[in-house]
Ligand binder design. Structure first.
Ligand code: NAD
Length: 270
């Protein structure tokens, strides 16, 4: 089988450069192009050299339409408006797309879902294989234990992070609610302070820690009568997100049009 041709939009970003490194090191695929935002200083520079690798003779472009026409799958860790635009280009070119961008709103999600009618799109706010597994386990355990067990989700991230709780913590909470068959919005308690009163039965609580250069740590605690079950994940480096995105990218080969998640990629979806 010919090598899979992979394009990376936002290839000069922190994740973009890491993705170039992952693709370059992987078997069965090649970097076939990269783009950056119009006006970026990276345009015209060698895609691989920007990632600290030997040059490959491919200059960073600013024409995503041409990129989508020339590759099998594009990886996109950019910004919400850019990812929505890229999804439309992927649909028009019938090119697969893996989106890792976070902060998408419901309108963005709807536009991406529309584009997925014409091509395979994987979307994942956390592309880590470990977090995907943890999410599936949390759903399963929550369903087995029921609300005799109080669920608390604790997360810690570096001091630059601007949102709380993290998108991953919220996704874990949603998985717990789904496992219990309850509405997440109605049961989630995103923070506590002051005279809170006793903990309502069935609540899904969150606690947020911030500090230093912590990449991302999540713990889901099921506190029951006489025992606690603790499921967790510790991210040691951002590289695991790039590795998971590469796995998703290789998985898109031959997939029918549709909107997919990392759970689909790992064969964990219902
Ligand atoms: P970054 O700012 O370092 O990189 C983003 C890059 O996208 C920049 O180089 C920017 O110039 C480029 N870009 C913006 N608009 C563009 C456009 N229209 N065309 C081409 N390039 C464009 O940010 P980052 O830390 O690499 O993160 C990028 C995104 O990925 C964020 O949304 C972040 O939250 C998300 N992220 C997701 C995961 C995950 O597991 N899914 C992990 C880490 C980061």
């Amino acid at each position: 089988m010919a090598d899979m041709r992979i394009g990376i939009v936002g290839c000069a970003g922190r994740m973009g450069r890491m993705l170039v490194g992952e693709v370059a090191a992987a078997e069965g695929c090649v970097i076939a192009g990269g783009t950056e935002a119009p006006g970026s200083a990276a345009i015209g520079k060698d895609v691989a050299a920007l990632a600290g690798l030997d040059p490959v003779g491919i200059a960073v472009g600013d024409d995503p339409e041409a990129l989508f026409a020339a590759v099998d799958t594009v990886i996109d860790f950019t910004a919400p408006a850019a990812s929505v635009h890229h999804a439309a280009l992927a649909a028009a070119a019938r090119c697969a797309l893996v989106i890792g961008t976070t902060g998408l709103d419901a309108d963005d999600d709807a536009k991406i879902a529309e584009a997925a009618a014409d091509t395979a799109i994987v979307i994942a706010a956390n592309t880590s294989v470990g977090v995907t597994l943890l999410t599936a386990l949390v759903r399963q355990v929550a369903g087995i234990l029921g609300d005799d067990y109080d669920i608390e989700i604790v997360e810690m991230h570096h001091h630059h992070k601007v949102d709380a709780p993290s998108g991953t913590a919220l996704a874990l909470g949603r998985a717990a609610a789904a496992g219990r068959g309850v509405d997440f919005e109605a049961t989630a308690r995103l923070s506590r302070e002051g005279r809170t009163g006793a903990r309502p039965r069935g609540e899904i609580g969150f606690a947020t820690l911030r500090g230093g250069d912590v990449v991302g740590e999540h713990e889901v605690i099921f506190a029951g009568p006489g025992e606690r079950i603790v499921l967790g994940h510790i991210a040691g480096s951002r590289q695991l997100f790039a590795r998971g995105a590469l796995r998703a990218t290789l998985w898109t080969r031959g997939q029918a049009p549709g909107l997919y998640s990392m759970a689909d990629v790992l064969g964990l979806a219902d």
